[in-house]
Design a protein around this ligand. Structure first.
Ligand code: ATP
Length: 265
């Protein structure tokens, strides 16, 4: 599945915040959006998921327009956003939060498919399994982020949109979340990752776009942008602790990142 934006503008009140956005995310790709606080990344991802209407331009999935569809209809088509700030339901159990993720497909999915999804999410986040019956409020910040991603995966996304998944997490958990996101790339799922931690997101991204003042200022492979001096000067201050700037192919970089991020036994 390919997500494509052409000439998309959106905003709040009378003003546009994002302007003439041209962007694609293909099947099996991780595409990063990097940019400063307030550049418009959240506005852009909310426009894609249908939380904010596109005022101009087209958003399409495999060529079919979705920009007039409701957010819920987009979820049913496979476009699923994991919102910024985790936003799990603190008073519900971990299991109930995950079931809510599958809500949009309750009409079409057989119970066995839920069970399979729960098993898959459990395999991806083993730390959550013993806590399935506890309130989500009991989880640590990192575990809540894992739950938020797991809840998104329960909707069986073909295009998963992650808004600032590392926000507010301790560095060790940031590393864990990025390792996990890199592992979600398979199965033909496209991933759009909006992140302030440009260094880590470019390291795991196949391609990336730099957003400045609501416009796409630059785009390229994750590696190209990592090696771009302008990008380095402006955006690579965050996440200095993990070095991923060596040359080489993206696959090698990703493999190296995974090694760095995999906790030692
Ligand atoms: P951040 O990392 O801080 O979320 P961002 O790149 O995601 O930054 P946005 O949240 O999209 O940026 O914000 C872009 C601009 O839109 C900012 O100037 C912000 O003040 C404005 N904005 C965001 N949400 C609203 C809203 N609900 N109403 C009015 N203006 C808003």
């Amino acid at each position: 599945m390919t997500l494509a934006l052409q000439g998309v503008c959106a905003g709040y009140g009378t003003g546009d915040v994002i302007h003439d956005i041209e962007l694609t995310v293909g099947a099996g790709e991780i595409v990063a959006l990097v940019g400063a606080n307030g550049a418009g990344k959240s506005t852009l991802v909310k426009t894609i998921s249908g939380l904010i209407p596109a005022r101009r331009g087209a958003i399409s999935l495999d060529g079919a327009r979705i920009d007039r569809d409701s957010a819920r209809a987009r979820v049913r088509l496979g476009v699923v956003q994991v919102p910024e700030g985790r936003q799990v339901f603190a008073g519900l159990s971990v299991r109930e939060n995950l079931r809510l993720g599958a809500y949009a497909r309750t009409r079409d999915a057989a119970p066995a498919q839920f069970a399979d999804s729960m098993t898959a999410v459990g395999a991806l986040f083993p730390a959550l399994v013993p806590r399935f019956d506890e309130p989500a409020a009991n989880l640590s910040g990192g575990q809540q982020q894992m739950l938020a991603i797991g809840r998104g995966l329960m909707a069986n996304p073909r295009m998963l949109i992650l808004d600032e998944p590392s926000l507010g997490l301790a560095p060790v958990l940031v590393a864990e979340i990025f390792r996990l996101i890199a592992s979600l790339r398979g199965e033909g799922r496209g991933i759009l990752l909006s992140e302030q931690n440009a260094r880590l997101s470019l390291a795991i991204a196949d391609r990336a776009y730099v957003v400045e003042n609501g416009r796409i200022a630059l785009s390229g492979t994750g590696q190209e942008l990592l090696n771009n001096p302008e990008v380095a000067a402006r955006y690579l201050g965050v996440g200095k602790g993990v070095s991923v700037t060596e040359g080489g192919e993206q696959a090698r970089l990703t493999a190296r990142l995974k090694t760095i991020l995999t906790p030692s036994p």
